[in-house]
Design a protein around this ligand. Sequence first.
Ligand SMILES: Cc1cc2nc3c(=O)[nH]c(=O)nc-3n(C[C@H](O)[C@H](O)[C@H](O)COP(=O)(O)OP(=O)(O)OC[C@H]3O[C@@H](n4cnc5c(N)ncnc54)[C@H](O)[C@@H]3O)c2cc1C
Length: 399
Amino acid sequence: MATDPWMKFDLSTPLDTDYLSAFSSVTSADREHWTRARQFAEEVFPVINEHWDKAHYPVELVRRMGELDLLTDGLDIAGHAKFSPLAAGLVTMEISRADGSMAAAAAVQGGLVLRSLKLFATPEQQEQYLEPVATGKLLGGFALTEPHHGSDSVSLETSARKDGEEWVLNGNKKWIGNGAAGGITIVWARDETDGQIKGFIVDQQTHGYEATPVQGKGVLRAIEQAEIRLHEVRVPGTALLANATSFKDVSKALVETRVNVGWSALGHALFLFEAALQYAKEREQFGKRLGAHQIVQSLLAQMLSELTNMQLQCVAVAAEQAAGNLRPAQASLLKYHNTRAARRVAATARDMLGGNGILLENHVIRHVGDIEALHTYEGTETIQALILGRDLTGFSAFG
Ligand SMILES: Cc1cc2nc3c(=O)[nH]c(=O)nc-3n(C[C@H](O)[C@H](O)[C@H](O)COP(=O)(O)OP(=O)(O)OC[C@H]3O[C@@H](n4cnc5c(N)ncnc54)[C@H](O)[C@@H]3O)c2cc1C
């Protein structure tokens, strides 16, 4: 066949694979949110690889998500669109189908920062911050993790000392999305007086707040995570998130964002499955299309099976959320299942594209890498397993 030997593949066309009609009952209102996210995804595909290649954080794309009202992660924010949990999940899926860095930016901005403000901030703080954060005009970071405390962030060492009407913060944070973006950071610190974890809204321009982007990342290269040094950072008493009084409160925010990660994993897997399928129909080896070889068909069936299970878990968890019944262990199950399944789909898709699978232009290798970040953040696979193990047996195996 006389085809162009240098032909490029177009693998980013959405096929909307939904084999068991998991999304058949999506309402027209929810579908409208999904459509806006699809519009954003279509704007992202043509430009994202260049940013990724240069390890550049395209803040304008985060603001674009704000313009499209895609940054609220299902939270009820006055003046913004109302999302069902299913719609919020579909938006996350769709953004992730395009790119993990943008999905991570939305997860930090809406999932962590806006959620912390909604759950724990005073009415005055909400008045000041909800709108600029929801629109992406003010970028926010959520600083829990420290260089010495990741999975055991409950043991964090950053301290908060009351000094008259002010608080003084000291310590180090690592991996903080938007931590060096020039906006605000919600810093979680241990109150020296009662030993409890408390949250503070810190303006990133405050004296003593030093943040530098983590260098040399091989994944999520189109978003910055910061290392933050806090040296005698003085904030007013009004910076305290008054309604967060212990680590249990931090955990409340993390449960919801684990669901978000489950949907993100689905978005990556959806892209990878559909890219592999489209490639298998185009590429020829041994005189026929890859998709006509039995082993390739078997691999496609495996991927479809993984993808469908991921979709069904997402929909089931969204129903629990909508009914107000979601238990933390259920969020862990979703994150555990979907990040593991997405890694398997990623490995197969990458294999099916041969050498083309490692070329950025085909988007596959970017998704393969980005899934590795999902595997680790918001609690690693192992931490989710330990949460499930504790729920099943009643024994905590964390220590
Ligand atoms: C791209 C990216 C973005 C992030 N964004 C943010 C952010 O915005 N804000 C924030 O606060 N944090 C953020 N994080 C931090 C993230 O939450 C942590 O990386 C994560 O909690 C794991 O911590 P760690 O990397 O220190 O790994 P560790 O906790 O050191 O874990 C290393 C390994 O040990 C295993 N392990 C740990 N404890 C146990 C145990 N009890 N039993 C068996 N195995 C165990 C883990 O599963 C893992 O395999 C981000 C991380 C990444 C990579």
